[in-house]
Design a protein around this ligand. Structure first.
Ligand code: SF4
Ligand code: SF4
Ligand code: SF4
Length: 319
């Protein structure tokens, strides 16, 4: 079932200011690249080039064929679409990627063990792997804000009135009215998200048509995910069972990067994707298996701890 709530994105009003992109980072305490050269100019105002474990929302810029020396840009909104039929949820074996009570899709970090199946299953390429936490990350539709009677952070920041939030049925009605209003100026205008993937939790007004705003015209769950979902119904049927196993094996490959080392808990740095906050030093170590150079680092950390203790002793003596 589609979510009961939705974000409305009106690309005909968007100015590409990226206030929403920054607000998402700010609320979710997601760091931006700081080093020179981490985000090189790509010839477009779109930055960064793609979403990541630290960027859950990105405004996309696509230039439309210039008319009479005008530059026209089709803005897009790249973040989780909160699909009704969400393949990311159906492939998640730990229950981390789940439907919330309002029908949005969120990832419970405490349950995610970094298998990356949701990343492989998403047709919109929304969840991303956070290298520091070794977990999948994406927009949660600001569940923490909604639970406290607030609206999504990105929506609050939009001064161009290009974002709205409310009951999904109201957002669809509003989008359809707006599309009618601008139809004479934008004959290719489309309301996107009403039916895709069973109905999305992000409804978009796209004046130049879905494709121009980088939306998939007919998004589908990957075929192998669909076969994987058929497994319970084909249990005992040899050929189809074998296909299902092949599907899971394939997804394992696509969820790639899957290796023993990727499950290794970062015991040295103990930082998270939440702005590099130190983790609870007493948190249980999930799995050890440090690489050689990290073992060397660990020794250095232990050595420096001894130095600190020694100097503490000296201070006490001096006291
Ligand atoms: S804050 Fe509003 S106008 Fe600015 S980029 Fe986001 S949607 Fe567009
Ligand atoms: S956009 Fe991708 S991550 Fe978001 S609900 Fe749909 S399938 Fe899942
Ligand atoms: S709803 Fe919240 S988490 Fe999702 S893009 Fe907006 S600010 Fe980010």
């Amino acid at each position: 079932m589609a979510s009961s709530i939705a974000i409305l994105f009106d690309a005909s009003k968007c100015t590409g200011c990226k206030g929403c992109q920054v607000a998402c980072k700010q609320w979710n305490q997601l760091p931006a690249p700081l080093d020179f050269g981490d985000a090189p100019f790509s010839g477009s105002y779109e930055s960064p080039a793609e979403n990541s474990g630290d960027t859950w929302l990105r405004v996309t810029f696509d230039e439309i064929e210039p008319r009479e020396d005008e530059v026209t840009i089709a803005f897009g909104r790249d973040a989780c679409r909160h699909c009704a039929d969400a393949p990311c949820v159906s492939v998640c074996s730990s229950g981390a990627c789940h439907k919330t009570s309002n029908g949005a899709v969120a990832i419970d970090s405490s349950k995610c063990f970094g298998c990356q199946y949701c990343i492989a299953a998403c047709p919109f390429d929304s969840p991303k792997f956070c290298e520091r936490e070794k977990k999948a990350k994406k927009c949660s539709l600001c569940q923490d804000r909604l639970q406290n009677g607030l609206t999504p952070s990105c929506m609050k920041s939009c001064t161009a009135d290009a974002l709205d939030f409310g009951a999904r049925s109201d957002m669809i009605a509003k989008a359809q009215r707006r599309a009618l209003e601008i139809k004479s100026k934008f004959p290719n205008v489309e309301v996107y998200g009403v039916n895709q993937m069973g109905g999305l939790g992000v409804i978009s007004i796209l004046p130049f048509g879905a494709d121009s705003h980088r939306e998939m015209v007919n998004p589908q769950a990957p075929l192998m995910t669909q076969i994987g979902n058929m497994l319970p119904t084909v249990a005992g049927v040899g050929v189809l069972g074998a296909l299902g196993v092949t599907a899971l094996a394939f997804m394992g490959g696509r969820g790639s990067g899957y290796s023993e080392e990727q499950y290794t808990y970062d015991n040295v740095r103990r930082v998270t994707c939440d702005g590099g906050k130190p983790m609870d030093p007493n948190a249980p170590i999930v799995k050890l298996g440090l690489k050689k150079e990290e073992k060397a680092d660990t020794k250095e950390v232990k050595a420096s701890k001894k130095t600190v203790k020694a100097s503490e002793g000296e201070v006490k003596k001096n006291d």
